[in-house]
Design a protein around this ligand. Structure first.
Ligand SMILES: Cc1cc2nc3c(=O)[nH]c(=O)nc-3n(C[C@H](O)[C@H](O)[C@H](O)COP(=O)(O)O)c2cc1C
Length: 271
C-alpha cells in the first residue's frame, strides 16, 4: 500500500501537507500530493493539517487522529499560573492510586514530543508497597557504597543515607504508593533517556488534573542507570530493557499556597 492516499474529490492542492512535512517526503505532483522519499517519520502532520481531511497516511492513519473541535485555548496568564503550580510532591496519602488513573496519566505522557518521533518509551508500574520499600532499601545500599568510595555522588548522598540508617524514613521513594518506571531498549538508550524526560514532564504536569502528585525518583534512576545488580534483580525487567527514569505517584497530603519561583531568567541574544 502506498504511504499516502489522497481523496481527489476533497483535495484542493493547497500544499499545506507539503509545507509542514518535516522530512520533505511529500511533494505536489500533477495529480496532487505524492510521497517521494521513504523517510516518513509518522508524525502525522500531513494528515492533521489538511483542512478537508483529504489525505491519509499509512503510518499515521486519519482514522486514529481525533478532529479538533473548538479546543479551549488557555490565555497566557492562566497557562502560566497552571505551569507554576506544579511542585514535586514528597508527602503522600496512604491511599492506593487506582490503575485507571495511572493509565490516564500515561496516555498523556506517551504523547510528548520525541526526537525524530522515535518514541520508544514504555512504562513499568510498581504499586506493591513491599516491592517499593525494597527498592528504596537497595537504592540506599548503592548510595552508601558511593559515599564509602568517595565518588562524585558522595556529597549528595551522605545526608540522606544517614537519615535512612538512623530513622528508616523512606528518603528515596517517600512512601509513594506507586512508582512509574520509564524503560527503553538498551540499543536506544541515549535518545530513550531524552524522550523519557519529556514524557515524564508531561505526566508531571497532567497529574494534578487527576488529583495526583508526582516527584522524579532521581536517586532510584541513578542507581538503576549504574547497573546496580540488586536493584536490577528486584525489577526483573526483560534483559533488552534499560531504566531511563522514575516517577513517584500518589495523592498529595498537602497543597502548596505559593507559585514556584527560580533563579532570575538568563538570556543572551545574538543578532
Ligand atoms: C531529573 C530529576 C531528578 C529528581 N530526583 C529527585 C529525587 O530523587 N528525590 C526527590 O525528592 N526529588 C527529586 N527531584 C525533584 C527536584 O528536587 C525538584 O524538582 C526541585 O527541588 C524543584 O522543586 P519543584 O519540582 O517542587 O519545583 C528531581 C527532579 C528532577 C528534574
Amino acid at each position: 500500500m502506498d504511504l499516502i492516499q489522497v481523496d481527489q474529490e476533497k483535495c484542493t492542492r493547497c500544499s499545506l501537507c507539503v509545507q509542514v512535512c518535516p522530512s520533505r517526503v511529500i511533494s505536489m505532483g500533477s495529480q496532487g500530493p505524492e510521497a517521494g522519499n521513504p523517510s516518513c517519520i509518522a508524525c502525522g502532520h500531513c494528515v492533521a493539517v489538511c483542512p478537508h481531511a483529504a489525505l491519509d497516511n499509512r503510518k499515521a492513519p486519519l482514522a486514529k487522529q481525533l478532529p479538533m473541535d473548538n479546543e479551549p485555548v488557555l490565555d497566557a496568564e492562566t497557562a502560566a499560573r497552571f505551569m507554576r503550580t506544579r511542585r514535586s510532591i514528597r508527602c503522600y496519602k496512604k491511599t492506593a492510586v487506582p490503575r485507571e488513573k495511572v493509565l490516564q496519566m500515561l496516555e498523556i505522557a506517551r504523547l510528548a514530543p520525541t526526537g525524530g518521533n522515535s518514541q520508544g518509551v514504555a512504562y513499568h508500574v510498581i504499586d506493591n508497597a513491599t516491592v517499593l520499600r525494597k527498592i528504596s532499601a537497595v537504592t540506599v545500599d548503592w548510595m552508601e557504597g558511593q559515599v564509602e568510595q568517595g565518588t562524585a555522588w558522595a556529597k549528595y548522598f551522605d545526608g540522606l543515607v544517614d537519615v535512612y540508617r538512623k530513622t528508616a524514613e523512606d528518603v528515596i521513594l517517600r512512601e509513594a504508593p506507586c512508582l512509574v518506571i520509564a524503560v527503553t531498549n538498551k540499543r536506544f538508550l541515549d535518545r530513550g533517556r531524552d524522550n523519557t524526560h519529556f514524557s515524564l514532564a508531561y505526566a508531571e504536569l497532567y497529574a494534578p488534573t487527576l488529583g495526583l502528585g508526582t516527584c522524579w525518583a532521581g536517586f532510584f534512576g541513578a542507581c538503576a542507570a549504574s547497573g546496580y545488580q540488586p536493584l536490577l534483580e528486584l525489577l526483573n525487567l526483560p534483559p533488552q530493557l534499560a531504566v531511563t527514569g522514575g516517577l513517584m505517584v500518589g495523592f498529595p497530603k498537602y497543597f502548596y499556597k505559593r507559585l514556584v519561583e527560580r533563579n532570575p531568567l538568563q538570556v543572551t541574544w545574538h543578532s
